[in-house]
Design a binder for this molecule. Structure first.
Ligand code: DAH
Length: 341
């Protein structure tokens, strides 16, 4: 039995030292020390020994077990350390490798322009109001003093959503004037930015969807001078203090008098060139004093109050501002183009 025990010890020690993993080591432990293990099997035979032999063999058996357990512990520690080292090596981070750069985006030039216009007016105390893109013809045209026969109502210009031409994709942000005036009494000072839609073919200066910013001021004693002041402020903010501004008579059904506002051509400085088609000036927006009929329709007393309104195309502003010659560039989402701004 003594040789048997000795054999077991030697085999176990050798096996533990050669174990390649903790799992393998555990298998070996069960094989030797487990309930059905080799050592356990031998110890079960102890009962058969004589009274003299038993303490002697017992001591050998105990020493044997202690050695095996110690060897097991050592092998385990060694394997765990090796595993940890391997993991540390595998997971090592090289802090000197250059990182992957995060591409930083920025606002689209149209958003940039719209934000700047909005900031100019909020700084002057205007409130920003949002409104529906699907609108009633009543608000887009009728209440804005636009006769039933007006060409702007034409099916070929306007996306109607119903046969009866009562509902449409708004062709301008001007209906927001009516919506605001119907809901409150002066003083009113608002801008309303948003999308508008017209049946235009896509080309260098047209798109069936574009952006406008509407403005409206109504109070006692508002004059054309206030209109000129507010719009000049906006234009100088966008194009610089030196820019020359021109107010040119025009017609809109909902303003009287009406005007269009031009800036001196950025390309030729007013001499006349291809960009301004020889005019020396570039048209920016429509504007005017709110027509007394419109005030009255919206429940505001035209004898007490007056106001001015304007509507500016944001694509046009953006193109003038950044000298972009083709509107399509603004919608193509080509990064090579957009990155320039
Ligand atoms: N709605 C006009 C357009 O789309 C622009 C405009 C002109 C707006 C005169 C106004 C205004 O508020 O008073 O061309």
């Amino acid at each position: 039995m003594r040789t048997q025990l000795e054999q077991i010890r030697q085999n176990a020690l050798a096996a533990f030292a050669s174990a390649a993993s903790t799992a393998e080591l555990e298998e070996m432990r069960v094989k030797v020390l487990g309930k059905k293990g080799e050592l356990t099997a031998v110890l079960k035979q102890m009962g058969k020994l004589s009274a003299e032999e038993r303490p002697v063999i017992g001591q050998v058996a105990n020493e044997c077990r202690a050695d095996i357990e110690k060897a097991l512990e050592e092998a385990k520690t060694k394997l765990e350390a090796a595993a940890l080292n391997a993991r540390l090596e595998a997971e090592a981070i090289d802090v000197t490798i250059p990182g992957t750069a995060v591409e930083e985006g920025h606002r689209h030039p149209i958003s940039f322009t719209m934000d700047e216009v909005r900031d100019t007016f909020t700084a002057m105390g205007y409130e920003v109001i949002d409104g529906p893109e699907i609108e009633l013809a009543e608000y887009v045209f009728t209440k804005l003093n636009t006769p039933a026969t007006h060409p702007a109502r034409d099916r070929s210009d306007t996306f109607y959503t119903q046969e009866d031409e009562e509902v449409l994709l708004r062709t301008q942000t001007s209906p927001m004037q009516v919506r605001v005036m119907e809901q409150r009494q002066p003083p009113i000072r608002i801008i309303s930015p948003g999308r508008v839609y017209r049946k235009d073919e896509v080309d260098a200066t047209h798109s069936p969807m574009f952006h406008q910013i509407e403005g409206l001021v109504v109070d006692e004693g508002i004059t054309f001078g206030d209109l000129k002041g507010a719009l000049t402020q906006m234009i100088q903010q966008l194009f610089g203090q030196e820019v020359q501004v021109r107010f040119r008579p025009h017609h809109f059904p909902y303003t009287e008098p009406s005007c269009e506002v031009d800036v001196q051509c950025f390309e030729c400085g007013g001499k006349g060139c291809r960009v301004c088609k020889g005019e020396g000036w570039i048209e920016l927006l429509g504007s005017g004093m709110v027509h007394p009929k419109v005030l009255e329709t919206c429940g505001i007393d035209p004898n007490k109050y007056s106001g001015f309104a304007f509507g500016v195309g944001c694509e046009r502003l953006t193109m003038r501002r950044f000298a972009i010659s083709d509107m399509r560039l603004l919608y193509e989402n080509d990064k090579r183009f957009l990155e320039q701004f």
